[in-house]
Design a protein around this ligand. Structure first.
Ligand SMILES: Nc1nc2c(ncn2[C@@H]2O[C@H](COP(=O)(O)OP(=O)(O)O)[C@@H](O)[C@H]2O)c(=O)[nH]1
Ligand SMILES: [Mg+2]
Length: 272
């Protein structure tokens, strides 16, 4: 077995604040947040105001050095929703943060969104319609004919995004146009299964989860959404690109070695 670098059920996880409600909420929204003191508050307010009936909101502070967790707690306390703010003292990466949020959440459906609120929360309705129609995993996408991107990513991010998508196609699977958009919905049983298998702590956790879902025959759908790119991205083009590429190769290796604990024929040891 290769070493597993990621923190799984995170011995170092701290619960910062929470409000539990007795019933299982219909929806849990998971927000990974790393140094998001500036961008997270307006996203939290938008989410909290949008839903009339109580939902659950899980903020995972991924070792921020600013006051992300305290701000999130203060805002969520003023809402009518169930919530949890959990925190790793160390930064582990977006994949690790989303995994922790998924394993923490108690809702029947899960929606993972970025802290910057790039996708208006009303776009959830498009994803929900697909879940209701039987999809297991619904990928919000900036690359479908019906996608609308009033504010695009900076010029240098777009070719990198396309190159990454080509690598995903070459190394893992085809048919998905935008694996990286931070707006995805899953049924909770599916999410728990996928995230208890996945291993990547960084940004390549997205193709890893989609890869696993496709390989075990889940119904994966991609739906175009509205997306307004926000400034102050937390992605470092230099550092993160290399790690993302290395992690794509790692996913293949894990699949070949049976680390995921499910049969993935194309990557079995015999197939090399
Ligand atoms: N860069 C980075 N983002 C993280 C990390 N952990 C959680 N995140 C969150 O992952 C999301 C990434 O979104 P963003 O920076 O807007 O990426 P972009 O929209 O692709 O430029 C944000 O919610 C971050 O706060 C981490 O270790 N590094
Ligand atoms: Mg963003």
């Amino acid at each position: 077995m290769p070493p597993i670098s990621c923190v799984r059920h995170s011995d170092d996880t701290r619960l910062v604040s929470a409000r539990r409600v007795p019933a299982e909420p219909d929806l849990s929204i998971i927000i990974p947040a790393y140094n998001e003191g500036e961008r997270l508050p307006s996203t939290l307010r938008e989410v909290a105001d949008y839903f009339h009936d109580p939902i659950e909101i899980v903020v995972v502070d991924d070792g921020s050095r600013d006051d992300t967790a305290a701000l999130a707690s203060r805002i969520l306390l003023m809402t009518r929703h169930a919530y949890a703010v959990v925190r790793h003292p160390q930064n582990h990466g977006k994949g690790c943060a989303v995994r922790l949020g998924v394993l923490w959440a108690r809702g029947g459906r899960l929606l993972c969104v970025d802290a910057d609120g790039a996708a208006p929360i009303a776009e959830w309705e498009k994803l929900r319609a697909r879940l209701d129609a039987g999809a297991d995993l619904v990928i919000g996408s900036r690359a479908m004919p019906e996608s609308r991107i009033p504010i695009t990513q900076p010029w240098y991010r777009r070719p990198l995004g396309r190159a990454y998508n080509l690598l995903v196609r070459a190394l893992l699977f085809g048919g998905i146009h935008d694996t990286q958009c931070g707006f995805k919905a899953l049924r909770s049983e599916v999410a728990r299964d996928l995230f208890s298998r996945q291993r990547i702590d960084g940004f390549s956790f997205d193709p890893e989860v989609i890869f696993l879902a496709l390989r075990v025959g889940m119904r994966v759908e991609e739906v175009g959404i509205v997306w307004n790119d926000r400034p102050h991205s937390k992605v470092s083009v230099l550092n993160d690109s290399l790690e993302m590429l290395r992690d794509l190769l790692r996913i293949r290796r894990y699949a070949r070695r049976g680390v995921y604990g499910c049969d993935i024929p194309r990557f079995s040891a015999a197939a090399g």
